[in-house]
Every structure is written in structure tokens, then in C-alpha cells.
Design a binder for this molecule. Structure first.
Ligand SMILES: [Zn+2]
Length: 216
């Protein structure tokens, strides 16, 4: 495992070392031992889906909070928060900590700084939705319609209608990208039917995939 891997000092890091055929470093060994002790003491809450946690972290980043600030409020490490943003499941107690940070921070837009501006721009590019975009941030079926001005609103009905054969229906970029993602035929065929520039959309779609690395 590379020295700057964010998993060092976590149980995930311990297993990553093993997978690479290495002896785990001291920090990773300690994290694994602590976890095992807690598990044996019945102190580990079960894993739950991570989407609510991921949405909260992204929403705070959309306001301009850095992952280190979110982490400080949550009582977690910055690397842990950056790793969480890419998880599919999360421990209940970790989700509660992120929730507490979200409750504390989501009502306030922090004073702009160059780093915050950069974070906000990236959030727009990555389609991270701010707190106000959500009716219920824990509803797995919610697809926010507004709050993403750069992309235009998203209406799942429009997507269904286009895929159902209403090829020339007007679509926002968010809707177009969803159609392209779900379209099972060739790009040429979709271009012919809709008149869209699918190749250009695909390039943009690739460029907008995001990780949680921070410039500052
Ligand atoms: Zn390690």
C-alpha cells in the first residue's frame, strides 16, 4: 500500500496491507486491534447503506466546507471522511457522527475563501447537491429536481418518456445524461433519434466523475 493511501490507520488499511501481501504498518495494526476489541465488547453498530452519509458530506462540500472541517465537527479524521464519501456502507455510529456534523454546519454558509470557492465550483461540476436541494436526505428514492442550476432541473418522467420513444422531447443536461446512461443501443443510434451530440456528452460525463481529493 502506498505511504499516502488514506486507509492507513484504519481497519480497511489493515486489510489492504494484507491484500498487497505486506505486513500491516503499526497504525493499521492498532486500528484493526481496536476494532476487534470493540466488536468483542459488543460496541460495533451494524453497517447501514452509506448514501445518506455521502449526501451529507457532499452537501457540506457544496456549501464550501472542507473535508477536514467536516471531520473536525464529526470527531473523525479528514482521511476517514474522504474515504467515507466513496463507501457503499458505513457503521451506524460513524453515520451518526457525520449526521451531527451536518446538523451543526448545514444551516450556515461559511465565509468565502479561495479554497471554499474552489470547493463550490467543484461541487457544481460534480453535481453535489446542497442541503436545501433535499426534502428528505435519507430517502433513497429522492431525485432532487432543483438546486442544480448549472445543469437544469431533473425530471425522471422526461427521461422515461424519451427512452419510451418521445425522442425529440426537450431535455435538460441532467436528463440527457441520464438517458445516455440508461440507453442500451449504440451512441450513433441515439444521436440519430434525438439529434443530440452524444459523443460530446460522453466526454463531459467522463470529465465530471469526481473524487474527494482536495487542492488545499
Ligand atoms: Zn498502514
Amino acid at each position: 500500500m502506498l505511504p499516502d493511501d488514506p486507509r492507513h490507520g484504519t481497519r480497511a488499511g489493515f486489510y489492504a496491507h494484507r491484500k498487497d501481501g505486506e505486513t500491516a504498518c503499526a497504525r493499521c495494526r492498532r486500528a484493526a486491534a481496536t476494532y476487534e476489541a470493540m466488536r468483542q465488547a459488543g460496541k460495533i453498530t451494524p453497517e447501514i447503506p452509506a448514501f445518506g452519509t455521502v449526501r451529507r458530506i457532499q452537501a457540506l462540500m457544496a456549501l464550501g466546507y472542507t473535508t477536514n472541517e467536516i471531520a473536525a465537527r464529526a470527531g473523525l479524521s479528514g482521511s476517514h471522511v474522504r474515504m467515507l464519501a466513496q463507501q457503499r456502507s458505513v457503521y451506524g455510529e460513524v453515520a451518526s457522527k457525520v449526521d451531527a456534523a451536518y446538523e451543526a454546519l448545514s444551516g450556515t454558509v461559511p465565509t468565502p475563501t479561495p479554497t471554499r470557492e474552489w470547493l463550490r465550483e467543484r461541487a457544481t461540476r460534480c453535481r453535489y447537491l446542497p442541503p436545501l436541494a433535499w426534502d428528505d436526505i435519507d430517502d433513497p428514492n429522492e431525485r432532487p429536481s432543483f438546486g442544480d442550476a448549472a445543469e437544469g432541473p431533473f425530471d425522471p418522467i422526461v427521461v422515461e418518456r424519451i427512452l419510451g420513444g418521445d425522442w425529440t422531447l426537450r431535455a435538460t443536461k441532467s436528463e440527457r445524461w441520464e438517458v445516455i446512461e440508461r440507453w442500451s443501443g449504440s451512441d450513433n443510434e441515439l444521436e440519430r433519434r434525438t439529434g443530440w451530440n452524444v459523443a460530446r456528452d460522453r466526454r463531459e460525463m467522463r470529465a465530471s466523475t469526481c473524487d474527494t481529493t482536495e487542492a488545499a
